[in-house]
Write a protein that binds this ligand. Structure first.
Ligand code: ADP
Ligand code: MG
Length: 404
């Protein structure tokens, strides 16, 4: 069932159009997420969908009925709204705030029946809020307050809940908890949830449909799998100094510095070193990593120079030659300690090459393993230890003034 639909909707204030040409829809039990940079109009759209703001043009339909024509008493049984505005409630306990959600059913003066009280209790349980029910709302943390507001919305027994940035001030545990609760409502109770979020990774992994808002328009509407590409997300937020990797769900700072250290990566062993060097402003290039390797994903998102090899193929001569020329341009090579197997063992030749070219070579591999591969040459490699020491190591490189 189509719970909400907009037709050529334009929203804004007075003569000011904020978002134009909105054609979106949300079905029963779907979680629809509005994403866009600050000021793009997410709240304006949500307020309009909640009938708190009159549309400038076009129409909104809820369950096929024009929103402007639905009686308030009926609407409050269909729709619950959780906005960002801080609630100033004096000395009320959480339970009483959640109980306010029953008004559409009891009337303001109606008072709660035993059944209403039970329902309030259940809503509190649904948000895992039993321990805060009898505490004063004003004395709760942001995460706890958000749960209370969510429980209040649930107490309305709505079919549709609209929330504006319900996770914004929450720590990661509470963000995930709120999202898990919302997800459960859609799946178990068939409630439709429409919300705005800033956590792009969480959003793309939770929602059924995403709406991208930018420059006064809906730039995309569809499933996050279809529209949430790296490029689309970077463009949506105008990300310049970092990259987004939808596949990995990670944001990485770009590293555009001239490479002074070559990292021999693979199997994810390169990633913490890329990040450490990037954080310290040291230019990095890397190889020889396979294109299906997690290090490849991260290095690519950072914009590093990469010498890669085709997935599951043995490192070829061409890659080796190119990687050697990358090493020619740096002063230090770091062996990430990645596992060495049939298809990437040629990387060990890079270490020999680096030593023979007079480069400083550091390794996070056991001395024993190094000597197995490199024999006598391994004596000239510095630092064989565990990865936690890599920070000191980088500090020593930086202090040595050897970095570009
Ligand atoms: P978002 O929620 O995406 O950060 P908003 O919907 O809050 O964006 O704001 C979109 C635009 O509408 C902004 O330019 C903002 O300044 C403007 N705006 C927000 N509220 C009002 C208002 N009450 N009157 C006029 N303009 C407003
Ligand atoms: Mg907003």
């Amino acid at each position: 069932m189509r719970m909400l639909e907009t037709k050529d909707l334009t929203v804004g204030y007075g003569h000011k159009e904020v978002v134009r040409g909105i054609n979106i829809e949300a079905f029963k039990g779907q979680l629809l997420c509005i994403l866009g940079p600050n000021g793009s109009g997410k709240s304006t759209v949500l307020k309009s969908l909640s009938r708190l703001l009159k549309p400038l043009k076009g129409d909104i339909y809820i369950k096929g009925e024009s929103l402007s024509e639905i009686k308030s008493s009926r609407l409050s049984k269909i729709l619950a709204v959780v906005l960002t505005e801080r609630l100033n409630v004096g000395f009320l306990k959480s339970f009483d705030i959640v109980a306010m959600g029953r008004y559409p059913h009891t009337g303001i003066l109606g008072g709660l029946t035993k059944l209403d009280e039970e329902k309030v209790g259940k809503c509190i349980a649904m948000v895992n809020g039993e321990n805060i029910a009898h505490r004063y709302y004003n004395e709760l943390s942001d995460g706890e307050k958000q749960k209370v507001l969510l429980a209040r919305a649930l107490a309305q027994e709505p079919e549709l809940i609209i929330l504006d940035e319900p996770t914004t001030h929450l720590d990661v545990k509470h963000k995930l908890e709120v999202m898990a609760i919302l997800k459960k409502l859609t799946r178990q109770k068939g409630i439709t949830v429409i919300l705005s979020l800033h956590d792009i990774d969480i959003a793309l992994k939770s929602c059924d449909r995403a709406v991208f808002v930018k420059n006064g328009e809906i730039t995309a509407f569809g499933s996050p799998e279809a529209i949430g590409s790296n490029k689309a997300i970077s463009e949506l937020y105008d990300i310049k100094d970092a990259g987004f990797n939808a596949f990995m769900g990670t944001v990485e700072f770009s590293n555009k510095n001239t490479p002074s250290i070559f990292v021999m990566g693979g199997g994810g062993y390169g990633t913490p070193i890329y990040r450490l060097l990037t954080k310290n402003g040291v230019g990095v290039n890397t190889g020889i990593i396979h294109e299906n390797d997690v290090d490849f994903e991260i290095a690519m998102t950072m914009g590093l120079d990469i010498q890669s090899e085709k997935p599951f193929s043995e490192i070829g001569e061409t890659s080796l030659v190119k990687a050697k020329s990358m090493i020619d341009g740096v002063h230090t090579v770091i062996d990430s300690g990645c596992p060495i197997g049939g298809i990437n063992k040629k990387n060990m030749e890079l270490l020999t090459y680096a030593l023979e070219s007079g480069k400083r070579v550091l390794s996070i591999r056991s001395k024993e393993e190094l000597s197995n591969y490199l024999g006598e040459n391994s004596m000239n490699i510095e630092f064989c230890g565990n990865i936690s020491k890599i920070t000191d190591l980088v500090a020593s490189i930086l202090e040595g003034g050897k970095h570009v």
